[in-house]
Structures are given as C-alpha cells and as structure tokens.
Design a protein around this ligand. Structure first.
Ligand code: SF4
Length: 439
C-alpha cells in the first residue's frame, strides 16, 4: 500500500484542507505515515501570510533533496497558498519538487500525483478560481472527535498588508442547509466538537442571502443533536454584531470564546491597514462581549512594525492591550508581502525598532494572560481532553469551553472525554489542573 505524509503550515483553513487532501489520498488507496523515508508522496500544504512561512517551505523542501536522490520514485508536492501565489517560481527554486498545485486544484490531486509520477517531470497546475469548495471533498480527520467546518472561503476585506484575498479569492459562503446537514453527519460519525471556520465568520451569508446570517447559523449548528461544543473563528471586529454576541451569551454548547484580531491600537495605523474600525469601536465591542457573555475569553492578533508605525502609535496598541485585558494574543512583526498595497509603503520601521516593540508587547500581554488565568485557580471547569501534551508527555492536554489549555495527569482512555477539572496552577499560556469525574 502506498503511503503519504502531509506537512501543514499556517491557519486552521489549511488544517482543514490537509484533512481533505488526506481523505482524497485515502480514497485513492494511500495510507498516512509520520516518517519522510517511509512515504511515497510528501505534500507541503503551504502558507504565504508571513515571510517565515515561505522560509520554512524552502528550508524543509530543500532538505528532502537527498532523500529524493536515493528514492527517485518519491513524489514531492507543494500545494496551498504559497503554491497558488508563486506557482512555477517554486519549481524553479526547487527543481526536485515533482508537483505544484494551487488551492483550487485540490480535488484533482490524485490524478496530478499519478501524472507527475508517470511523466517523470515536474508538473504545475494552478487554477485562478473554482466554483466548488475544497471543504465539500471527503476528509480524513486528524481527531475522531473534532471537525473543522469551513463556512466561507476567501475574503472581501483587502486589508492592505494581507495576501489572503489574492490567493483565496473573493468571499464565498456555503449554503446553510448543507452546513447543518454536514454537522448532523459529523456527529453521527463521532464528532463532539465542531469549529466553524472563515476569514471573517461574521459576514457569513452576505453573498448568498444579501445580509450576514452568522448568528442564525451558530444557533442552528448548536441545535444539532449530540454536538457537545461549537467554536468559531475568526471574527472581524467591523462585522461582529450584537445578535452574534447575544447568541453566544445564550450559552449551551456554544463556546464562550471570541478571537477578535486587533492588529493595532492606533487609529492612524488601523486606517492605513484598512481595518475599518477604530480603537474606540474595538474596545466598545470588547466591553459588550464581557458584559453579556459569562466566563468569556477574548483572544487577538496584534502586529507591530507596520510601515509608518511610530512609538506613539505603538503606545496606542499597548493602551488597548491594557484596556481590553486579552486572555491571549498572537503577536507578529509586520512581514512585507509582495502584491499587497502595504508592500508599496516606503516608510518602513527598522527591524531593531520592530523587534524592541515586539518584546515590550509580549511582556505586557503575558502579564494580562497570567492575571486572567490566575483568576481561574480553585475553579472547577469542564475540560475536554484532546490528547497528550506536546510539551509534557506525562500529562494530558485539554480545553475549557473558553479555549484555555489545561494540563492534567491521566491515562490515554480519558482522551475524547469531558472531565470536571479543578484548576490548581496558572501560567501565561496554560493551566494545570487535577482531574475529577467524567462530566
Ligand atoms: S480580513 Fe483582512 S487580514 Fe483577514 S483575511 Fe481578510 S484581508 Fe486578510
């Protein structure tokens, strides 16, 4: 039996695409493997949002040159957003790669692999668009209990730093009835938790129904019989409406967690990023969420060193971080992406200044994460056990409804179950708890 190995970079959308790729290859008779030298096909599912994702691909793919020399029948394929953006340029930089395929070509992957293997030459197929959704393809889930469910693909926002709308296309929503049916089938198949995915989940349905219907969608998904948890990401602050907050506030199996990218706390920078909200609007939404949703966690993405960002702008970001008291922030240094509007801005921030702001931002945010986590010590929380901890193999790792990572001692038979866990210790990025009864 032939074997495949997939290496996934980037966001949850790519993780879902990788599960579809795995499903397609499984249907074509392949089985997964975790070792490069055991694989007949190695697929890189790439990301192009930041420069370091490009570097990771080129570094890891170049390292396979020797393996390919010893195993000439090995097929090395590169797909995902970077393949969509760079196409043949990847073949030129990595001549030992057999196949480059775009984000709209996933459905044809088994045939493309056969073609690359049969023709003994490098194949490149990158379609500009497609009417079908990759997420409609059969998937092979990484975890039996969890499913990603893309509700939209693409994005219409064109933030000036972001390449996503150019590689994933305009926003397209999947019909609501189909999504609800899909959820029912997933639950029958053993799924306990579904994460609704989109670049901007709050605008779900605008293209299909003339107005966003995300609140209605999460309410309907949450009503699917047998589903334990519903999550969603990412929320664009400009489109997050009161009806969505109210639906989450109603509780039940909808998890009280909002990932609400801030990017910058300076209105001048936000305008240049074309984010379409101000720091005041952003904080008003945070306040409304905290007022209405019990035990909620709010996480965010923040970028430093965007072109033209001054120390005063950065102070604006720190002020919003202090006022919002985020539970966690994913922090980045601006990465120039060719083809975007911001790539033409000439007032670059020096790497030294960006690095120094980055360190100060992390220090500030860590103190808020720790403060929020310490408030949970002594509480009993329902923790869904996801697997062994990546950092400490002696412990299990699970999540609270608000998506806090909790480490507990326990045996593998607890994986996939929800436990009552008493929180004993808090750190900035995780909690340690003591497992009690199965909830
Ligand atoms: S909302 Fe902005 S940052 Fe997010 S995917 Fe769309 S263009 Fe990119």
């Amino acid at each position: 039996m032939k074997k495949f190995r997939i290496k996934t970079f980037g966001c949850q959308m790519n993780k879902d695409d990788s599960e579809r790729i795995a499903g397609l290859l499984n249907g074509a008779g392949y089985v997964p493997t975790d070792a490069d030298n055991d694989a007949d096909v190695i697929i890189f599912n790439t990301c192009c949002v930041r420069r370091n994702a490009d570097d990771r691909l080129y570094g890891q793919a170049a390292a396979l040159k020797q393996l390919k020399a010893g195993q000439p029948d090995l097929v090395i394929a590169v797909g995902g957003c970077l393949a969509q953006m760079d196409g043949e340029a990847i073949q030129k930089k990595l001549p030992h790669v057999d196949l480059v395929f775009g984000t709209h070509n996933v459905a044809r992957l088994p045939q493309l692999i056969d073609r690359a293997a049969g023709e003994k030459r490098s194949v490149c197929e990158v379609l500009a668009g497609s009417e079908s959704f990759t997420s409609d393809l059969p998937g092979l889930r990484k975890h039996a209990w969890h499913a990603w469910l893309p509700i939209t693909v693409g994005c219409d926002n064109y933030c000036t730093y972001c390449i996503v709308p150019y590689v994933r296309g305009r926003e397209k929503s999947r019909p609501m009835e189909k999504l609800i049916d899909n959820c029912g089938s997933l639950v029958k198949d053993g799924v306990k938790e579904i994460t609704l995915l989109g670049q901007n989940v709050n605008s779900y349905g605008r293209d299909l129904y003339g107005a966003p219907r995300f609140a209605e969608l999460i309410a309907k998904v949450s009503a699917v019989d047998g589903l334990e948890r519903v999550r969603f990401t990412t929320s664009h602050p400009k489109d997050l409406t009161a009806d969505v907050i109210d639906t989450v506030a109603a509780g039940g199996n909808i998890c009280p967690h909002f990932h609400l990218p801030l990017q910058s706390g300076s209105d001048r920078v936000l305008e240049r990023m074309r984010r379409q909200y101000t720091s005041k609007n952003y904080l008003r939404i945070v306040e409304e969420i905290r007022d209405k949703v019990a035990d909620v966690a709010i996480t965010t993405d923040i970028m430093v060193g965007f072109p033209g960002e001054t120390e005063k702008d950065f102070q604006g970001t720190l002020n919003v971080v202090r006022a919002a008291g985020f539970d966690q922030a994913f922090t980045f240094i601006y990465s120039q992406r060719p083809g975007t509007v911001a790539a033409k801005y000439e007032d670059r921030v020096t790497p030294a200044a960006a690095g120094e702001r980055f360190a100060r931002l992390i220090e500030e945010q860590n103190s808020h994460s720790l403060k929020n986590n310490r408030r949970l010590v002594g509480n009993k929380l329902p923790v869904f056990v996801e697997g062994r901890s990546k950092k400490d193999n002696y412990r299990l790792a699970g999540r609270t409804p608000s998506n806090k990572l909790v480490h507990i001692k326990g045996d593998d038979d607890l994986i996939g179950r929800t436990l009552d866990v008493e929180i004993r210790e808090a750190f900035s990025w995780f909690l340690i708890g003591e497992a009690g009864d199965i909830a």
